[in-house]
Write a protein that binds this ligand. Structure first.
Ligand SMILES: [Zn+2]
Length: 347
């Protein structure tokens, strides 16, 4: 059929059918190039998703898919093994899912729009978001603002004796009310997040621990890659909290004495950071009401993608898609969420 005729036919379609057509075309375009986008990150030799070794050999192909084998742990794998699309059912709907994610839609409303079960959409959400853990790890420039942001500890969706205990401790007069937090920032009812941002919108947000920041938790986050993104040219601005003194030893460090109402000293202030802390809390509250602590790191990644990484992109959906193929450790990370959460609680 001539293209002209096809266009004529398309113009007769209803609005909804046109939309379906656009979606299926987008999917086809993206899925055809899945390998191409993945190899943008890996080259034509991905490293082993199990042991991360680069000593791999080509190992034939299955259904036109090139397979590799690791010479160290002997695992056989394909180009997408370990990424967010690994073992994904209904792959053809992934692009639509990304679009709805970009609109900050709740899991419930995505289920409704896509006609998929809650479990499917829930898994998709967290596969996608855990693939964003190590995206946008740029070097910080100039003045760097650092502070711990406090978020309410939340056990949404968990039924368990231990957590029942926590719930009871939050009851007032036999009723499960949202109790006002006793001592601000000092209780186990909150979790702390290390928020780091420079004046060029390079950002890092990592879960520290339950309750307030400590030297140990700060050092753990720094050692997990943050310290490599800072250099001796940076001037790190924090509040007066003593954890930062030891943690940031070796860096130029300016402390603001907030308790003496020192909110800024020349160019040193935490205004950028405080603004985005507010944005994060407003965004969560508006779109998702609350987020369980178990998945908080994923929502921090989500915020980072929407408000920083994809903010000025001309094709957000496409860029989001490309980023979702970057990390070969995603599958493993997604399946160890519970394990990692339990070890977080024991910190
Ligand atoms: Zn291996």
């Amino acid at each position: 059929m001539e293209t002209k005729n096809i266009f004529k036919l398309i113009s007769k379609l209803s609005f909804d059918d046109k939309r379906i057509l656009i979606n299926s075309l987008t999917n086809e375009l993206f899925l055809n190039d899945l390998d191409k986008y993945r190899t943008e990150h890996t080259g034509d030799r991905p490293c082993c998703p199990k042991c991360q070794s680069e000593r791999i050999i080509k190992n034939g192909s299955q259904n036109d898919v090139q397979k590799f084998r690791c010479k160290v742990c002997r695992k056989t794998f394909g180009l997408h093994t370990g990424t967010s699309v690994h073992y994904l059912h209904f792959k053809g709907e992934w692009m639509r899912f990304l679009e709805l994610t970009l609109e900050s839609k709740s899991i419930r409303s995505i289920c409704k729009e896509m006609g998929r079960s809650r479990q499917t959409i829930f898994d998709w959400r967290h596969k996608l978001l855990s693939s964003m853990d190590n995206v946008f790890e740029k070097q910080f420039k100039g003045i760097v603002e650092m502070d711990d942001m406090l978020v309410r500890f939340n056990q949404k969706g968990r039924v368990n004796n231990f957590f029942e205990e926590v719930r009871r401790s939050q009851m007032v007069d036999g009723k499960s009310k949202r109790r006002k937090l006793s001592k601000r920032g000092n209780s186990k009812e909150q979790v702390s997040v290390l928020f780091t941002i420079d004046r060029y919108k390079t950002v890092d947000m990592k879960l520290l621990k339950r309750s307030k920041i400590t030297i140990k938790s700060l050092e753990r986050v720094l050692d997990n890659g943050l310290v490599d993104r800072l250099n001796t040219n940076n001037i790190i601005v924090t509040d007066y909290c003593t954890s930062y003194i030891k943690g940031l030893d070796g860096f130029t460090h300016e402390r603001l004495n907030m308790s003496k109402k020192e909110k800024s000293r020349g160019n040193y202030h935490l205004n950028t950071l405080n603004y985005y802390c507010g944005e994060f809390k407003r965004w969560i509250g508006y779109h998702f009401r609350s987020v369980s602590t178990k998945y908080l790191q994923n929502y921090l990644n989500y915020f980072k993608m929407l408000f920083f990484v994809l903010k000025d992109s001309d094709n957000k959906q496409m860029d989001f898609f490309k980023f979702s193929l970057k990390d070969g450790q995603t599958f493993k990370r997604f399946h160890s969420t519970e394990e990692r959460y339990l070890s977080f609680l024991s910190l």
